[in-house]
Write a protein that binds this ligand. Structure first.
Ligand code: UDP
Ligand code: MG
Length: 319
């Protein structure tokens, strides 16, 4: 019997994990020829998510969980789940029902029957999202399309069904600063896309602040494009040409009129200083990312798993 592992990152999802569990298990009934497991990864939630996960794991042995010592971010949570998953097919989806579980059978069929290594979901609308967030998200995808080594799909989600082979390839990329959408695309395996209209969270609010999304976007660009690092060199070349022209103009002005060229020189100096600062900032961003990779820190620390809990319960009964 083939096995499906569903990996679910959770941060403060106490109100949604139960709803999610029931919705996915309805799909498990339809896909009865598969063995199912759900691996919830509690990413250091501050609410009662872990308590809810413990009780789900107690009631149903198909439920597993991993709980982090603190909040390490969605990427780390997905990674921990991927490493723990031993299914033949691996699904990752959010806990808040924004990734519709009823898309699973069609996506699975693309992988099982049509020979795709991956089937992934893509939102065609962003209703319910703040206009500012939608605007920057769209600009981010267009920018990535132009400057990065990988091709992302407009509105793409992390929600996907993967073969074992696909996931093993994803796990071969061992960078610390993970940007999964880029990693998925980088593997080069053919993906079948499933479009759907955005669905709002079933409860709670998004845990991504604008600052976090911005950082995540920067991480994506730094991981999959070297364009920002070389951009100052292009700008430097252009401004170098401009400064030669300006020098000639300034010379003419100085000869023909009484306008002080010092004003222009001051302007030019400020302009050049801003270029140097920009270049330094970009270099700094790359160096800090390289340092983070070099430090070899673990991507997360596990505090508790369902296996620990089950051992503890057995011990309690024996005593
Ligand atoms: N999530 C996580 N760690 C975090 C932030 C989010 O594991 O630090 C999980 C969250 O519980 C959800 C998924 O990642 O299952 C997507 O998060 P959210 O719904 O807040 O993001 P959005 O849908 O607004 O992009
Ligand atoms: Mg969400």
């Amino acid at each position: 019997m083939k096995k499906i592992s569903v990996v679910v990152p959770c941060y403060n999802e106490a109100d949604t994990v139960g709803i999610f569990y029931r919705a996915v298990m309805r799909q498990a009934i339809l896909l009865e020829k598969y063995e199912f497991e759900i691996i919830f990864v509690d990413d250091g939630s501050a609410d009662s998510t872990l308590v809810k996960l413990r009780s789900l794991a107690k009631e149903d042995e198909r439920v597993r969980y991993i709980s982090f010592s603190r909040n390490f971010g969605k990427e780390s949570a997905m990674l921990a789940g991927f490493k723990a998953a031993d299914g033949d097919y691996i699904i990752t989806m959010d806990a808040d029902m924004q990734d519709p579980p009823d898309m699973i059978p069609a996506m699975l069929s693309a992988v099982v029957n049509e020979g795709y290594e991956c089937a992934a979901a893509r939102r065609t609308t962003r209703e319910g999202e703040s206009p500012i967030r939608s605007f920057f998200a769209r600009r981010f995808y267009s920018l990535m399309d132009r400057i990065s080594d990988v091709q992302l799909s407009q509105g793409e989600r992390d929600f996907r069904v993967m073969t074992r082979r696909y996931l093993d390839d994803v796990l071969k990329l061992c960078e610390h600063n993970r940007f999964s959408k880029g990693i998925f695309a980088w593997t080069g395996h053919e993906t079948k896309w499933f479009a759907y209209k955005n669905i709002e969270r079933t409860a709670g609010t998004s845990s991504w602040s604008f600052k976090n999304l911005f950082r995540y976007g920067v991480r994506g660009i730094l991981s999959f494009s070297s364009f920002p690092a070389v951009l100052p060199a292009y700008i430097g070349f252009v401004t170098g040409c401009i400064s030669v022209v300006m020098a000639v103009v300034l010379l003419i002005i100085t000869i023909a009129s009484s306008v002080s060229p010092l004003l222009w020189i001051a302007c030019l100096m400020i302009f050049l200083a801003s270029l140097i600062l920009t270049a330094q900032g970009v270099n700094g961003a790359y160096i800090s990312q390289a340092l983070a990779e070099d430090r070899c820190r673990p991507q997360y620390i596990v505090k508790e798993t369902d296996a620990d809990r089950r051992v503890a319960v057995v011990k309690e009964k024996e005593e």
